[in-house]
Design a protein around this ligand. Structure first.
Ligand code: C5P
Length: 292
């Protein structure tokens, strides 16, 4: 996060899920998960200025409404730490929306940290984590960033050591995906014991080269959104055994041995009309490190 006297600026990274298993459905309607998440070099930018009232503007006009998660993060923080405090948030969007990359959750975590600094709240990490979990299941992870093991509904985050920089191609089909719909339709035979994902976390702890695990949401996603399956097939042909859906999709993440190989594959996928970026894995920016 960079700061001048009158503004704070945070780069809010996208994430991918290197593995995502669902253990079962909980009595509160959510699902217990085991996942390994990784931030990548694709960023929204959140700028915060002092102001008398709390407001948000966004260069993607459809995201500038009251239900924007970054604005809701500010409102929640203000309610929890009462006082007549305002702030002008400006969000510049780059991360595709409703695509399994956690952009809205990352923006919300950046808003929590930025506004607590602007307002000099001295909120502890536990305070921020509690608010983050109220905002959404992926928000707590973005208070850490980098490589992490996620458990529970998403609120239990364990930082993992950062593996050597890995190179990913992210291919996003044009259809936005509803996470709620995927979880609603998920059959119980997609539930597993979490061992693949825990094994991946253990191998990362041992310093082994990163690989992809499994994604329990993949088959339900393909049934509900057949165009995402077409996209997956195009990607997997270029990276067999190294391709996985991120989160509830529709972005497909593929791991490549070098930046040159990733760029080459990205070019050929782009020619088919998909939204494609080649990005490295990243370590947490400074605004995320206090909670690690
Ligand atoms: O928490 P969040 O609002 O991001 O969740 C979006 C949707 O995904 C919710 O409707 C919820 O039912 C589902 N979900 C779930 N289990 C999780 C996380 C999300 O069922 N651990």
């Amino acid at each position: 996060m960079s700061a001048t006297l009158f503004q704070l600026e945070a780069h809010a990274p996208a994430k991918i899920n290197l593995s995502l298993e669902v253990l079962g459905r909980r009595s509160d309607g959510y699902h217990d998960l085991v996942s390994v998440m990784q931030t990548v070099g694709l960023y929204d930018r959140l700028t915060v200025h002092p102001a008398n009232i709390l407001s948000l503007s966004c260069d993607a006009l459809e995201l500038a409404g009251e239900d924007n998660l970054a604005l809701r993060a500010g409102q929640l923080l203000r309610d929890r730490f009462p006082g007549n405090i305002g702030g002008k948030l400006f969000l510049s969007k780059v991360i595709p929306v409703a695509a399994g990359l956690g952009g809205g959750s990352s923006d919300a975590a950046a808003a929590l940290v930025s506004l607590s600094r602007l307002w000099n709240l001295r909120a502890s990490c536990v305070d921020l984590q509690t608010l983050a979990a109220e905002l959404g299941s992926d928000v707590p992870y973005f208070l850490y960033g980098g490589t992490a093991l996620i458990q529970g509904r998403g609120e239990r985050v364990t930082a993992l050591p950062s593996p050597p920089t890995a190179h990913y191609v992210l291919t996003t089909p044009p259809t936005p995906v509803s996470t709620a719909r995927i979880f609603e339709e998920l059959p119980s035979d997609a539930w597993t014991d979490g061992k693949t994902t825990l094994g991946l976390a253990a191998s990362i702890r041992r310093g082994e080269p990163v690989k992809v695990g499994r994604n329990a949401l993949e088959q339900t996603l393909f049934q509900l959104y057949p165009t995402v399956r077409d996209c997956f097939e195009a990607v997997v042909a270029l990276a067999p055994g190294r391709t996985i859906v991120s989160g509830s999709g529709g972005t497909i993440a593929a791991l490549f041995p070098s930046q040159a190989a990733a760029r080459h594959a990205a070019k050929s996928l782009e020619e088919r009309g998909y939204h494609v970026v080649a990005v490295p894995s990243t370590t947490p920016p400074d605004w995320q490190t206090p909670c690690r």
